[in-house]
Design a protein around this ligand. Structure first.
Ligand SMILES: [Zn+2]
Length: 504
């Protein structure tokens, strides 16, 4: 070979191998998107675009622990749009379609992708759609074919087999009250990257278990779920299996897929039967122990709860106004507990809080120290609640909120009760929420919050809790709700039904 030709040969060789090296070093590209909502179909007020927090582009990866845990030399995340809103009524059709189409447009322009990671809740329900999450996934598949798709969920999602069919990997929180959100998202991404790296085609075995319970009967640190959730990490250790989930479901979404479900992800089709065996075993055990799914705190009607709290030896008793639980999509403007506490002349209590934006405006106008006569609440939930006339003195007005935030709580003293009024639905789930309104909950005899179960940060401090079984869009007594679309038979609506887990 002549010198020139040799040089040319070596040059080509060098270029080829450097291209190969570049090819090898190219980080895998994972597109990220999400539409998350827990939709309460009993709440007649649709959830609109303005109710959502939307992060676009680089914002999607800010404070995303699952993204920060990855080496950018190995993974390039392609962020698109993540939208989530507090639990509330069904999502308006145009709102969902706007988010969906914005994501799909970015998918079209994204170039070559190796995988997709979706952050979903699982209890999304959209006006005019049977299952909007399936609609979203199918449109995504139309554009991306058989790309690997992984999704992380809240265990309160209502999951259909059609949705599972569109996903390769699915994983859900394993704690309720939830303390493993970050861990779950990281697990979903890690499993997706493992599948990409090893060239796997994971598929998920799934069974809907006909059990419809409020989340308050599905606490993961309490039996029977404690033992069942403890099995999940053991299932994952079985050869060929990648992940396992149990969904408690969301009973206030009246759709056919509502209720509990179980899933096991197999690394490829050759392990499907093994995954199915584990799913059947989990579903059978769940079904066998269905009657043990009970509240883990005492329950009572409103007057009974107030009475017990007043007589309790503990310095502070938390009462949860469970039918108006805003973390389950109820209105948050129910006045029934406050009305009964005023009637019973309770001397030292906090009610946190009641939604009434006009009343907040009035208080802000009047200023701290001013006396006010107001008719509050019972406007969003005009079904189970009613407006209540009160007279009080304004104790506290939060500073003007930052641009874009409507959050401005005020506190009134109404007889012996410190009443927090809110501009929009929110929940007091931790001591920090009380600090914001300068209230020390443990300095009062009774603290009423619009929750079902206490979230972990309040559980940690509450000397005692009573769940008041109040009427509302999140009524704990699902047997009393008028279901139209939930599949039947289902426990406990059809208490005598028989069932055996099987695959269609
Ligand atoms: Zn949840």
């Amino acid at each position: 070979m002549k010198a020139g030709a040799t040089f040319f040969f070596l040059l080509v060789l060098a270029l080829t191998s450097s291209c190969e090296r570049q090819e090898e070093a190219r980080p895998v590209r994972v597109l990220v998107a999400g539409i998350s909502h827990e939709s309460n179909t009993f709440n007649p007020h649709p959830t609109a675009a303005s109710d959502f927090t939307v992060r676009r582009g680089a914002e999607v990866l800010e404070r995303a622990e699952w993204a920060q845990a990855m080496d950018p030399k190995e993974v390039e995340f392609v962020p698109t749009l993540i939208a989530n809103a507090r639990p509330s009524g069904v999502v308006a059709r145009a709102t969902y379609e706007g988010f969906r189409d914005a994501i799909l447009a970015e998918v079209r322009d994204a170039g070559k992708l190796d995988g997709i990671y979706l952050i979903l809740h699982g209890a999304l329900h959209v006006e005019g759609y049977d299952d909007a999450q399936v609609d979203f996934l199918r449109r995504l598949r139309e554009l991306t074919g058989d790309i690997l798709i992984a999704a992380s969920f809240d265990l309160h999602g209502n999951i259909s087999p059609e949705l599972v069919n569109e996903l390769n990997i699915l994983t859900a929180y394993r704690t309720a009250p939830h303390v493993d959100g970050a861990e779950t998202r990281l697990r979903a991404v890690t499993l997706l990257l493992e599948a990409i790296e090893r060239g796997l085609r994971p598929a998920t075995a799934h069974i809907n278990v006909p059990i419809l319970i409020p989340g308050e009967k599905g606490i993961t640190s309490v039996e029977p779920l404690k033992s069942l959730y403890e099995r999940l990490p053991k299932i994952v250790e079985i050869e060929g299996l990648m992940d396992a989930s149990i969904f408690v479901g969301m009973p206030w979404t009246d759709v056919s897929r509502a209720g509990m479900s179980v899933q096991v992800v197999a690394q490829d089709a050759s392990y499907t039967e093994r995954a199915q065996e584990e799913v059947v075993a989990l579903a059978s055990e769940l079904w066998r122990r269905r009657s043990e799914l009970q509240f883990d705190v005492p329950t009572d009607d409103i007057d009974g709860a107030i009475q017990t709290a007043r007589e309790a030896p503990e310095p502070t008793v938390f009462i949860t106004d469970s039918g108006d639980n805003t973390t389950a999509g109820a209105a948050g403007d129910g006045t029934l507990v406050l009305e009964r506490m005023l009637a019973q002349r309770v001397e030292d209590a906090v009610v946190a809080g009641i939604v009434d934006p006009e009343a907040v405006e009035t208080c802000v106008r009047e200023g701290v120290g001013a006396p006010v006569d107001l008719t509050i609440g019972g406007k969003i939930d005009a079904v189970f609640s009613r407006p209540l006339k009160i007279h009080g003195n304004i104790r506290f007005i939060a500073p003007e909120p930052a641009a874009g935030s409507r959050r401005r709580p005020v506190v009134l003293q109404v007889d012996g009760i410190q009443l927090v009024l809110l501009k929009e639905s929110r929940s007091f789930t931790s001591p920090r929420d009380f600090e914001e309104v300068e209230i020390d909950p443990l300095a009062h005899e009774i603290v009423v919050v619009k929750l079902g179960y206490l979230f972990q940060a309040l559980r940690d401090i509450a000397p005692r809790t009573i769940m008041a079984l109040t009427p509302g869009f999140a009524s704990q007594t699902v047997e009393d709700l008028e279901y139209k679309s939930v599949r039947r038979p289902i426990f406990p609506l059809d208490p005598d039904m028989e069932w055996n887990p099987s695959f269609p």
